[in-house]
Design a protein around this ligand. Sequence first.
Ligand code: GSH
Length: 213
Amino acid sequence: MQRLTLHEDRFSGNAYKVRLTASLIDVKIHESIQYEISKGGTRTPDFLSKINANGRIPVLQVGSDKYLPESNAACYYLATGSRLIPSDPWKHAQVLQWMFFEQSFVEPTIGTLRYWFKRTGEDNFSQEQQVVSSSKRESAETALQVMDAHLATRDFFVDEEMTLADAVLYAYVHLAPEAGLDLARWANVHAWCRRISNHSGFVSMDYRESEET
Ligand SMILES: N[C@@H](CCC(=O)N[C@@H](CS)C(=O)NCC(=O)O)C(=O)O
């Protein structure tokens, strides 16, 4: 594999997804370039023209001139050919199903709520954030309920073993407490989180409160 550079912010669950995927399959990310998203670090003319016109991290840089935005695309690129993506077409499609679910119902709810809770603080929410946060909270709870019901009869989302679906879902689901959601309410999801964190190759999300701005 060519040299891999991850353009990221350690606070980002989307960036963690990429690092978790790489770690699970023992792929080395050679370099990490950090941006402070809360300070507009991904909105500079240089970043927009060269790294991602959409102004967001993570971006996986492959070699010197190939840039891949969208966390799940980066995870998919890294995991292609590995045990994280089943060869059976039906299971493969189910992995994609949960990856799309993650982008539609998990990241925009738990991810955004967490960002607001941690970076803005509930006491400082604008009127709009107060309104939108309650609907995001409801949607997050529905998503957690869907996942909890699915996990009632299985250890992992698709296969008997961990797949890429589990890795991408774990990133924001395990951060639900930082979005004001107590995972103890969803016992199967809670147990699944523990299972993932004990899996070989697991790496934890390495950011400390003191690193936050
Ligand atoms: N769907 C994208 C979402 C990327 C995204 O929203 N990234 C956030 C950090 S988690 C970001 O870069 N925000 C900076 C900004 O909007 O200026 C993905 O999965 O990578």
